[in-house]
Design a protein around this ligand. Structure first.
Ligand SMILES: C[S@@+](CC[C@H](N)C(=O)[O-])C[C@H]1O[C@@H](n2cnc3c(N)ncnc32)[C@H](O)[C@@H]1O
Length: 275
């Protein structure tokens, strides 16, 4: 099965037309769903992933990482090993809609003298999208591998105003009152609940008054935060309700000014203004 997956990812996939890729991805995701454990009870989630046998998480997570999951959830371990993850390849429709939202609704706020932060930039897709509209971008990601890939892409594209740096959003210290705009796309599903408030407060302090923040994440349609562990990808994530997601920011000095649902099951993007 692994060799078929590898062949699909590396060889066949690139040759197929976009409509066929999307259909096959949908079938693939349907298969994966049967291997997902999810719950809205955080303790049940932590107990369950600690009980996984060695060969259930041997691919990307060490048993040690699972055992330390309360402070270091497997999402961190999985992501820190990625080298070339691009939303464009993994969720093309969502990428297309988000890019359009950024260009139409967020980019008009940007100015040529702006200093921008892109937290959890992966290989830099969204930094590259807005690089020619601002003076400087500081782009951070947990994964050194992806930061290296981003640096190589920047060199190839001859883009010189993005500083890519590996850093942990939980630990990083940000200068106060520095950024004119801020992107944090897809980070919060990787962050355990107790750390979210600290990150949002830190971002708020690092931004100038009235500066704009754009966020995007997958959410849950259930009534409570849903904790999900995917046995196939060995990736765990936290899916919040739309109300809780927006509250993280509204309770910490941000005002919602725009939003879009990117997919109904449920991924959304919001633009906030620092108050
Ligand atoms: C879903 S991807 C989103 C990437 C990109 N922003 C996008 O929207 O295409 C999540 C990203 O968050 C990064 N990440 C996860 N935990 C992190 C942390 N604690 N600090 C910094 N980055 C983290 C991962 O390495 C990964 O690149």
């Amino acid at each position: 099965m692994n060799s078929i997956k590898k062949f699909w990812k590396t060889k066949i996939r690139v040759l197929l037309p976009e409509w066929l890729k999307q259909t096959l991805s949908f079938v693939g995701n349907g298969f994966q769903k049967s291997r997902i454990f999810s719950t809205t009870d955080r303790n049940e989630f932590l107990t369950k992933i600690m009980q996984l046998s060695d060969n259930e998480h041997v691919e990307n997570c060490s048993p040690d990482a699972i055992l330390r999951s309360d402070s270091q959830p497997p999402a961190r371990v999985w992501w820190s090993k990625q080298k070339d993850w691009k939303a464009k390849d993994v969720t093309p429709l969502r990428y297309e809609r988000l890019s359009k939202f950024i260009m139409e609704k967020f980019a008009p706020y940007l100015q040529p003298d702006y200093i921008v932060c892109d937290m959890a930039c992966a290989c830099g897709d969204f930094s590259f999208l807005i690089a020619d509209k601002v003076k400087q971008i500081e782009a951070f990601d947990l994964s050194e591998g992806m930061i290296n890939t981003a640096k190589n892409i920047a060199k190839r594209k001859n883009i010189n105003n993005i500083a890519f740096m590996s850093a942990d959003a939980v630990q990083i210290k940000l200068e106060e009152n520095k950024y004119d705009a801020f992107l944090m796309l897809g980070l919060l599903t990787c962050i355990d609940d107790p750390h979210i408030d600290g990150i949002v407060k830190k971002i708020h302090l690092s931004m100038k008054q009235k500066a704009k923040l754009i966020i995007k994440d997958s959410l849950t349609l259930k009534n409570n935060t849903e904790y999900v562990y995917n046995y196939n990808t060995r990736y765990s994530a936290y899916y919040h309700t739309q109300k809780d997601y927006i509250s993280f920011f509204e309770n910490n000095g941000f005002r919602l000014i725009d939003m879009i649902v990117l997919e109904h099951n449920l991924s959304m993007s919001c633009i906030f203004e620092k108050q």
